[in-house]
Design a protein around this ligand. Structure first.
Ligand code: C5P
Length: 297
């Protein structure tokens, strides 16, 4: 085997509570990840030399050593002192800087793929410990699970096996905004330090247990008001377009709507593919929004 093609899936955060600031300047989180069908394609091909190359026609991602996919390959090559190289071809479909973890997912796919191509025989836990070194969102994508709970930096992963059979449908709206995650966390700290944090920023009405329990019973209507994201007010404050999308969803009668990660994606959770497709047609009217229909995978 000298080549491998992988689907590198996106994620949504159905719940994201910032619990507090850590000494390493990160934040402790409590978050529910969902893996969705929107994906990039990654092809890994062994090279005769020990070079690592990133190849992509996408203008929005770096092709040099700053690409997280490059860093993943280098981390494994250097950790095991290997004299091996790889070409990493990326066909990008997940919008960059949209809160759906595209770069992190690509990094995890490279770790998983090279584990096979380079015959490293690492298990999920060992791969996840390499993933943690690359970024807080990377470990989730190592675990083969549709839903997981992330704690600590969001990188301590517990599979939510109770939800293995749950399939949600979503309409995603991605405005033309690239959000900087560090900036959003910085603003959150400023607001919290100034004592101006509102309740919706800090205290969700419901908790992670109620949401997982509603989902496991497939009572999707009960997810209304239980989807929560501590970062939504901050990102909406900086980018009013996020609020505009939420208002549009509300006018269309969609009740379960949330921003993913630090933004800019806003998603609606609906009961069927049919409903998702019909909504997507109405949302696509706005030429500044990219609209996707996706589901849990
Ligand atoms: O780990 P990653 O590089 O994806 O994180 C990007 C930035 O987001 C971090 O540098 C940090 O500023 C912020 N972050 C955080 N707490 C987390 C995850 C991310 O403060 N749990």
């Amino acid at each position: 085997m000298n080549s491998l093609v992988l689907d590198s899936y996106a994620k949504l955060n159905l719940y994201l509570k910032v619990v507090g600031k850590r000494e390493d300047n990160y934040h402790d989180l409590e978050t529910i990840f969902e893996r969705i069908s929107l994906c990039d394609k990654i092809t890994l091909t062994l090279r005769r030399d020990n070079e690592i190359r990133v190849i992509s026609s996408c203008q929005n991602i770096p092709k040099d050593s700053s690409n997280l996919a490059y860093k993943s390959a280098k981390l494994l090559r250097d950790s095991f002192d290997l004299d091996k190289g790889v070409d990493i071809r990326i066909v990008k479909r997940i919008p960059v800087g949209s809160g759906m973890g595209g770069g992190s997912s690509n990094a995890a796919s490279v770790l998983t793929g090279l584990n096979k191509l380079w015959r490293l025989n690492l298990n999920e836990r060992e791969l996840a410990s390499f993933a943690r070194k690359l970024g807080a969102d990377v470990p989730f994508f190592i675990y083969n699970t549709p839903f997981a709970l992330g704690t600590e930096r969001g990188d301590k992963i517990k599979k939510l096996t109770k939800l293995d059979k749950v399939k949600l449908w979503h309409v995603l709206v991605v405005p033309k905004i690239k959000v900087s995650t560090p900036l959003i966390f910085e603003k959150l700290d400023e607001v919290c330090a100034s004592g101006n944090a509102t309740e919706t920023l800090t205290i969700p009405e419901f908790d992670v247990k109620l949401l997982t329990s509603a989902l496991s019973r497939k009572e999707f209507s009960l997810t209304r008001g239980r989807l929560f994201n501590s970062l939504e007010e901050i990102t909406s404050g900086l980018y009013p377009e996020i609020r505009k999308i939420k208002e549009k969803f509300s006018k269309l009668g969609v009740k379960s709507v949330l921003m993913s990660g630090s933004g800019s994606t806003v998603f609606g959770a609906v009961d069927s593919r049919k409903e998702a497709v019909s909504l997507s047609r109405q949302l696509e009217v706005n030429k500044f929004w990219q609209v996707f229909v996706t589901h849990t995978v």
